[in-house]
Design a protein around this ligand. Structure first.
Ligand SMILES: Nc1ncnc2c1ncn2[C@@H]1O[C@H](COP(=O)(O)OP(=O)(O)OP(=O)(O)O)[C@@H](O)[C@H]1O
Length: 641
């Protein structure tokens, strides 16, 4: 590290610290590209602010510096880096929003009722115009029915609840988008809430602000306008990294002239060749150009183009890693364990990391997705917080850990069971030991044993309590309960009130769990590592803010089947549609614009070397088109046959 590099963007950091002066706060927008140390600037500015006179003032007044992060992981990281200082409140946007509106039960009820009425009216209008017997028509009717039932039920809710980190499925709970939309609306229309926020957090910093929900961002900007003499709104972001459609388009253009606009131009993360590539990707958007650190390596960049049809991705990606090992002279490319592979969506990762049979059925149920990506809920918890840690301890012959798990969560050794056993406690201990031995024998003798079989063994031995979600799959109970749920769901219309809605949900969820449990238990181990971010796989969108030495970007529109991003059009191998051309002509955002930004995000994660594998319907054409951009040299683009 050189002093000159460290000082390169020192002016931006000094400006931010000036803005956090509680006696004359000023808002600012730090605009800087990938790897420029935005998060680092945020943390160091806050640390300096709380270490000085401002920190004392915060302590005396009980006010806080608010920091909004994009993910729970970023939230934990920043809290840790600020040593859990009580004068700083670090939250995700969902948690922060809920902290503002929780308890406004009357207003929440009114808002939800009005919103439901509007949605129902819109559906009725569509129903009048549309055809009733199509799939869309039937879904519309069902959706109307569910909304009417929820509307009727609203009056009986005394207290609304919400969890920012899981699916909210009880009748009194609010969903994620409702909480965000409601916060934006309340913050705009309720003077008391506006004053309360400014008084609680005279400084509010938002990381990754380019992706903050646009209605909420407008509410914050509006709030800042009114209170700017005693409130500082600090935005950290990069418009080139706006990858969710939720964010405010042209946020940078909406910033008032009185704000400070610090800029950072050095990229501290990437080698110089990667910086040249990301500068080129960015060039046509805003022309912002980064410079590498003086001690940056040149690094390696390669694009490999493979045929989309009939491709064996495992063989191709292994060949690419081998090739990168030679080109980069870096043996760590050889193993997939030391390369971060970025796929376009989770199913692609699940296939590559070997947990697709477990993941796909549950992923197919929309309302389970948030919990699934967070490993939340009792059904998943049974395996990832109960069975698997125990299996790990038993495999490692770590008796201490195994006993701790059993004591903490097995009904066999619960306080009540031991008390009831009285003088017979030794027998109870032997029971627990036999149950553990049985589990270890099962997974050792049958490494591919299914989750279903493990579940049954656990139920028989009483090793862990079986949560409601999984109870129907325990022998004897399975057929009766699953069939009953399905029967009730079929009678849909005849089931009274809100219960009918639950039954329909239960039926599809049951059948998804039924399929997932047929997967081997070891797939759940892989799934668990993946969702905890501990595997070498991730998605293009999910790695925002992160960095890895070796990055392998996998692009396959066909496998991803997404509609928001379209690499084939972006790389010029698929013709643009009439709508694309019309959008382009009027300056409206197109799929190619979004794809370009996503590509910028993925490429800019690499600390040493970057490989891009592009599965194209027309490899030859793709190579010519990519070379035409001029981003990569002839020797950097290779065809794989
Ligand atoms: N002044 C500096 N000196 C040394 N290393 C730095 C400096 N600033 C940032 N870094 C390092 O550069 C990397 C990128 O920093 P950071 O993640 O804060 O950037 P960012 O702007 O938030 O990136 P992105 O927008 O791509 O997520 C980190 O490893 C960080 O430790």
């Amino acid at each position: 590290m050189t002093d000159a590099d460290d000082q390169f963007d020192a002016e931006a950091d000094a400006t931010i610290i000036e803005c956090l002066d509680l006696s004359k706060p000023r808002s600012f927008f730090l605009y800087a590209g990938a790897g420029s140390g935005k998060t680092r600037s945020l943390v160091s500015a806050v640390r300096q602010a709380i270490d000085g006179e401002h920190g004392r003032q915060l302590t005396l007044t009980g006010k806080k510096i608010g920091i909004i992060t994009y993910t729970n992981a970023a939230c934990d990281e920043i809290k840790q880096r600020l040593e859990f200082d009580p004068r700083v409140e670090v939250m995700t946007i969902h948690a922060f929003s809920w902290s503002l509106i929780e308890g406004f039960n009357v207003e929440i009820r009114q808002w939800v009722a009005k919103n439901l009425e509007e949605e129902i009216a819109e559906l009725e209008e569509q129903h009048r115009k549309g055809r009733p017997n199509t799939k869309a028509g039937i879904e519309r009717l069902r959706s109307m029915e569910v909304k009417r039932r929820r509307l009727a039920y609203l009056e009986s809710i005394i207290k609304f609840i919400y969890s920012p980190t899981s699916d909210n499925r009880t009748h009194d709970s609010l969903n994620h988008s409702e909480v965000i939309a409601m916060t934006a609306s309340f913050l705009t229309n309720k003077p008391g809430l506006r004053r309360m926020l400014v008084s609680r957090c005279p400084v509010l910093l938002i990381d990754e602000s380019q992706d903050t929900n646009k209605a909420l961002m407008d509410a914050f900007l509006n709030l800042e306008e009114e209170f700017h003499d005693r409130f500082s709104l600090g935005l950290f972001g990069d418009m080139m990294q706006r990858i969710y459609s939720d964010g405010k388009d042209r946020l940078d253009k909406a910033i008032p002239a009185r704000w400070a606009m610090p800029r950072k131009r050095m990229n501290h993360r990437c080698p110089s060749r990667v910086i040249e590539v990301i500068n080129s990707i960015r060039h046509d958007v805003d022309g912002e150009k980064q410079v590498p650190r003086s001690d940056a390596d040149v690094g390696v960049v390669r694009v490999f183009i493979a045929p989309q049809a009939g491709a064996d991705p495992f063989a191709i990606e292994a060949a690419v890693r081998q090739r990168m090992e030679t080109i980069a002279g870096d043996p760590a490319w050889y193993s997939s364990d030391t390369v971060k592979t970025l796929a376009l969506e989770h199913l692609m990762s699940a296939r590559r990391f070997g947990f697709v049979e477990f993941f796909e059925p549950l992923w197919g149920i929309d309302r389970l997705r948030t919990s699934l990506l967070q490993g939340a809920g009792a059904g998943l918890g049974f395996f990832i917080r109960g069975v698997l840690p125990l299996v790990k301890a038993l495999r490692a012959n770590d008796r201490f850990a195994a006993t701790a798990i059993i004591k903490a969560s097995s009904p066999l050794l619960s306080h009540e069971t031991l008390q009831a056993a009285g003088s017979n406690q030794v027998a109870q201990l032997s029971k627990a030991k036999a149950a553990c031995d049985g589990l270890l024998a099962l997974i050792t003798e049958r490494p591919e044993v299914t989750a279903q079989t493990v579940l049954e063994l656990v139920a028989q031995t009483g090793l862990f309590a079986i949560p409601d979600t999984l109870a129907p799959f325990v022998r004897g109970d399975a057929h009766t309960k699953a069939a009953a749920a399905e029967d009730e769901a079929k009678q849909g219309g005849q089931v009274e009130g809100i219960e009918g809605e639950e039954t329909e949900d239960t039926s599809s969820e049951l059948s998804a769990w039924g399929k997932s449990l047929e997967a081997p238990l070891n797939q759940i181990e892989h799934y668990d590592l993946y969702v905890r971010g501990q595997s070498q796989f991730g998605t293009h969108q999910g790695v925002k803010g992160l960095e890895f030495p070796r990055v392998l970007v996998v692009i396959n529109d066909d496998e991803a089947r997404g509609f928001l991003f379209a690499y084939d059009k972006f790389f010029g191998t698929k013709a643009k549609t009439k709508a694309d051309l019309e959008n382009e002509a009027v300056g409206r955002e197109t799929g190619s614009d979004r794809t370009r930004r996503l590509f910028y995000v993925t490429c800019s994660r690499a600390e040493k070397s970057l490989a891009i594998v592009y599965y194209s319907p027309e490899p030859g054409l793709a190579r010519d088109a990519i070379l035409q951009y001029g981003w990569f040299g002839e020797s950097e683009v290779e065809l794989i046959t």
